[in-house]
Design a protein around this ligand. Sequence first.
Ligand code: NAI
Length: 423
Amino acid sequence: MSYEHIEPPEEGTKIELTDEETGELSVPNDPVIPIIHGDGIGKDVGPAAQKVLDAAAEATGRQINWMEVYAGQSARDIYDENLPDETVEAIREHRVAIKGPLTTPVGAGFRSLNVALRQTLDLFANVRPTYYLDGVPSPMKAPEEMDMVTFRENTEDVYAGIEWEAGTEDVEKVREFVEEEMGFDSTMHDGPIGIGIKPITEFASKRLVREAIDYAIENDRDTVTLVHKGNIMKFTEGQFGDWGMEVAEEEYDDEEVFAAPDSLWEEQDEVDIPEDAVMVEERLADAMLQWMQLRTDEFDVLAMPNLNGDYLSDAAGAQIGGLGVAPGANFGAGRCLAEPVHGSAPKRAGQNQANPSALMLSGRLMFEYMGWEDAGTLIRDAVEKTIDDGTVTYDLARQREDAEKVSTTEYAEKVVENIEKLS
Ligand code: NAI
């Protein structure tokens, strides 16, 4: 494909899909990888993370050929639009990409670019591993107990964008339909109203839960917890739980996956689970926020509808030291778009202060997806060593008296040095 403003690298080979059914990729040693630096602190952490990913690739005998693509402010500057088609196409065509944060102004008329990217590319699972790195200050007494991976459904729920603004003709049409045709006539107050719809489908719920269970099996995890608010939203969240349990019950051998009966209401301590089986259980979202803090080490893999996943993964991230070190990635069939949990932190933008660890560790996830586990482990170990040695950015420095505060670029240089030492 030829591009209007994107400059493809002179060298490099495209990652290709080799098996449509399993999503298996053929990854060369010199892949072309699109990157969006992003808005705000994205301009600081993007180039810093890129250097670290380059160093880890090189240390393991490979070479990344970056292809910068644009979204958000950088796209407005070049194309006069937020999300150019060629950015989406470049990511679609190259299958594996990484992005920094993009700003979404609050208010009407501006749809989240992140949501648009995830939906357009059908990146249906947002995966966030939450694990503790030595030396990271945390508010918890035993932060090392956290070693959890959240799977957040990425394409529907209240993020589908099916909503109507107060005062419009459309919202009044919807109100009339709900009240008069559907018979909910006493549930809405008079006067202006905003209405949104929360779609949860069997297809999207099941493929997300399947992905989480497969991950648990492949990575020797003990439990998959389906987190929802099905006691209140019975036909959306509750249905997510039912469909998820159906996957556990019907699609796997009993020896491999054990669907815990009545786990929403009963303790599972007494249940006889086959040895080595992954237990799939349900928890209510509000209770789960509590259990995550009080019984941190009991949870392994969580699977959730979109909004629960957003809240829960941020809360989990706080337990291991906050947004500066929280990585993530979006996955679809044969696709990966890695991105940190954090946003564009406009107050810190362009000051060479932000912590690039989250983006570096998102790169680790991307590498793992590409089959480059060795390079991914190097990134993790080098980031951990850098922080543990007491070289940190402002966000961690203010909670650690013994540490030296460095800039984003100095921090990245230190991580690169540690990659060289560790490899
Ligand atoms: P935010 O994550 O940008 O910032 C929250 C707080 O965390 C700030 O105090 C900031 O200083 C700190 N922080 C975040 N990342 C950091 C890092 N790497 N190093 C050091 N400190 C860091 O969240 P906020 O303020 O809610 O959102 C700002 C903008 O980012 C909004 O426009 C929002 O829509 C967007 N956003 C984009 C995301 C994405 O692109 N995936 C995700 C979340 C928010």
